[in-house]
Ligand binder design. Structure first.
Ligand code: SF4
Ligand code: FES
Length: 343
């Protein structure tokens, strides 16, 4: 069947959603998605970021759909015409959804580990309003350790439920979920149980905001100072692909994540041993620099800039002289090959 999104026609299989069709076209027509995750069954339909305007329902019934539709859960029909980025109505709706998602958000990007690779930050950059109209008190929660390696900052959570789906679909003993309802809804563990399953760390990767953070990486570095390399190892954990991205500062591996694609989704899930316990360079076969999965607010130009342009002017020039640090944030083809290191 044929569908047209922002004037671009594409042929898709029956059962394809509008969001999937838009991703097949790529570029500006792709709606943002904060809860849909192609690798998680049943995801989507919760955040409303992906709203689009169906201006023609199908060849058989060309009436437009009266309301904006969530593209991640709306199936394509033959002859359907959709306005996404091209529709001012859609842009206005995405702005409103962004404002809604930020109602209780603490806006603490300067101290959040996710800053620089946060989907909510990117969404706000593109669709956010410059000032908040929310004058009521925000709801707040204390950070909660949920197991030895993961910390939950519920204040930042947008209740997309991806982490619950990871626990349901990748582990056999889910002990957390959405507690309470409405404005009281929150993610928590049942009776303060710890999340320890071998694949639980994938919740950190799928979380679109900084609500679930890696305790082995917390506050070590801003992500844009790390150099991401694709790496692999012979992993013996059943179900783990052993293919990761290792994030390096100098010769030190500061964190390990799944490899993400252009839509900021991990390609394959990895086990906690690879993620949390293998931080020595000798643990990994380094393949080479990882390509960026997506533009983000802060990482633009950072890795591709020539190092000599990375000058940070301060009143007292206190950052001058940090040659070693400057070397560490430059990108070498191989982190251990000092000949290819820019200086
Ligand atoms: S903790 Fe993260 S992944 Fe889980 S529901 Fe909240 S925002 Fe989504
Ligand atoms: S991505 Fe479609 S509703 Fe969240």
């Amino acid at each position: 069947m044929k569908v047209t999104i922002d004037g671009q026609e594409i042929e898709v299989e029956a059962g394809t959603t509008i969001l999937q069709a838009a991703r097949m076209i790529g570029g500006d027509v792709v709606p943002p998605a904060m809860c849909y995750y192609s690798k998680l069954k049943g995801s989507g339909g919760k955040c409303r970021c992906c709203l689009v305007d169906v201006t023609k329902g199908s060849d058989a019934d060309p009436r437009p759909m009266p309301k904006l539709m969530a593209s991640c859960v709306t199936g394509c029909q033959d002859g359907m015409e959709i306005a996404s980025k091209a529709s001012p109505r859609v842009q206005e709706a995405r702005k409103s959804v962004t404002e809604f998602l930020l109602i209780n958000h603490p806006l603490d990007c300067p101290i959040c580990d996710q800053a620089g690779e946060c989907d909510l930050q990117n969404l706000s950059f593109e669709h956010g309003k410059s000032a908040s109209r929310f004058i009521e008190e925000k709801r707040t929660f204390e950070p909660e350790d949920i197991g030895p390696n993961i910390q939950l900052h519920m204040n930042r959570c947008i209740l997309c439920q991806r982490c619950v789906q990871v626990a349901d679909q990748l582990t056999d003993d889910r002990v957390h979920g959405v507690m309470d309802r409405g404005d009281h809804a929150n993610i928590s563990t049942c009776i303060s149980k710890a999340i320890t399953n071998e694949f639980s760390g994938n919740m950190i990767d799928v979380c679109p905001v900084g609500a679930l953070t890696d305790k082995t990486f917390r506050f070590k570095s801003r992500v844009w100072f790390n150099k991401p390399y694709n790496a692999h190892r012979e992993c013996t954990t059943p179900g783990c692909c052993g293919k990761t991205t290792v994030w390096m500062f100098g010769n030190e591996i500061q964190r390990v994540t799944g490899r993400k694609d252009e839509f900021h989704e991990v390609e394959e899930f990895i086990c906690n041993t690879c993620r949390f316990d293998k931080k020595e360079v000798s643990d990994w076969v380094i393949e080479g620099p990882r390509e960026f999965e997506k533009d983000s607010v802060i990482n633009q130009n950072n890795y591709t800039q020539k190092l000599e342009k990375v000058e940070i002017a301060t009143e007292k020039n206190i950052l001058l002289g940090r040659d070693q640090d400057r070397k560490k944030i430059s990108m070498a083809a191989n982190p251990l090959d000092t000949n290819t290191q820019k200086s």
